[in-house]
Design a protein. Structure first.
Length: 361
């Protein structure tokens, strides 16, 4: 039986189901490679000021190395983000998502830590668990859901994840404390397995779908899926995104999602500009995430934008191999020059001016 004390509050669930922008939170380091707490807090405040409806911490963009004993940064980054959200005037409306990783015992510890700091959902990673069967993965998810409401996550094989069957997603959808699923929807066949499984579940209306598909964000958010279950048509769509891409230019992402929501269901030419914008965003994402080099520079690309805008003091990562690939900086220059309307440099400039904090000078 799921611990009902861990259920997601109705107002937060409403926001989650309606769809919102959830940036994957980066990690700010100082010149010595230690946590730069002031900049870490500044990043959280930037996402809140941008209008994000949630923040995801302890996920890939935060760098999985934070869990290594020599760094031991998982708890500090969860704590500082939670504190900044709780201080925010509308903090009670912000969805706090914590990344949950590792085998069952580790995942349970991380879920307990996240709940201690007031996180509302655990984003359940299946990475590094190739020895576990799908049944064991579902049992692990159930154990996590007894501690904290869960957000499923399909990192597809195209981007380093493992293949998970329709049956897995059908069983996962029946977990009472599952509220959403993020799909890195690079493979449409595998994406259909997830959406069909959700539609086939009696809980279909209780599960929100979020895109984690950085190379086709807008099209994901505009595409309706429809399946017939026992003679009844059910429709699902990706209502929002939990994205590393949205860790930069976040205020523009918030505006874009509002435009997409307004355009959903439209049969006229108003969708064409949105689809064209989606192509531009994919071009920008290619510069940020470095697919030409198998995504080697994806975290560094995010840091590069935040550094250029003055939100970070450097682009350092815990792993010294996490850095821009040759030619990546020039590509970032190109897309920023080509699509200035999809950047938010002026917003960030005004945000930093309002902060007026001496230690940021």
């Amino acid at each position: 039986m799921t611990n009902m004390k861990a259920a997601l509050a109705p107002d937060l669930n409403r926001r989650l189901q309606e769809g919102t922008v959830i940036p994957a939170h980066p990690l700010a380091l100082n010149e010595k490679g230690k946590l730069d707490e002031q900049r870490q807090r500044l990043l959280t405040r930037y996402y809140l000021a941008s209008g994000a409806g949630g923040v995801a911490v302890g996920v890939h963009t935060t760098q999985f190395e934070i869990r290594k004993p020599e760094f031991n940064l998982l708890e500090p980054v969860l704590q500082v983000a939670a504190e900044e959200i709780d201080r925010f005037s509308d903090g009670h409306k912000i969805i706090k998502v914590a990344g949950i990783t590792g085998p069952r015992s580790q995942a349970i510890r991380e879920a307990e830590l996240a709940r201690r700091y007031g996180y509302h959902l655990g984003l359940v990673s299946m990475g590094g668990l190739s020895s576990l069967s799908e049944t064991e993965l579902v049992e692990r998810a159930v154990a996590i859901s007894d501690i904290i409401p869960i957000f499923g996550f399909y990192l597809q094989p195209a981007v380093g994840g493992r293949l998970l069957s329709y049956r897995f997603w059908r069983d996962l959808s029946d977990i009472p404390n599952l509220y959403a699923i993020k799909v890195a929807a690079f493979n449409r066949y595998q994406t259909l397995d997830v959406v069909r499984a959700v539609c086939d579940s009696p809980r279909r209306d209780e599960i929100a779908l979020y895109t984690g598909n950085d190379d086709n964000i807008v099209a994901d958010l505009l595409t309706p899926y429809q399946f017939v279950v026992n003679g009844t048509h059910f429709r699902k769509e990706f209502v929002g995104g939990l994205l590393g891409h949205w860790a930069v230019w976040t205020s523009v992402a918030v505006q874009l999602l509002q435009q997409i929501k307004a355009g959903r269901g439209s049969r006229n030419s108003s969708l064409l500009p949105l689809l064209q914008t989606g192509v531009h965003i994919t071009d920008m994402n290619a510069a940020l995430f470095d697919p030409v080099n198998n995504y080697r520079g994806c975290i560094a690309g995010i840091h590069e934008i935040l550094f250029r805008q003055g939100l970070l003091t450097n682009t350092a990562c815990l792993n010294p191999e996490e850095k821009l690939s040759p030619g990546q900086a020039a590509e970032i220059d190109r897309v920023c020059r080509q699509y200035p309307e999809l950047t938010d440099d002026e917003f960030v400039k005004d945000f930093l001016e309002k902060e007026k904090t001496p230690h940021l000078s």
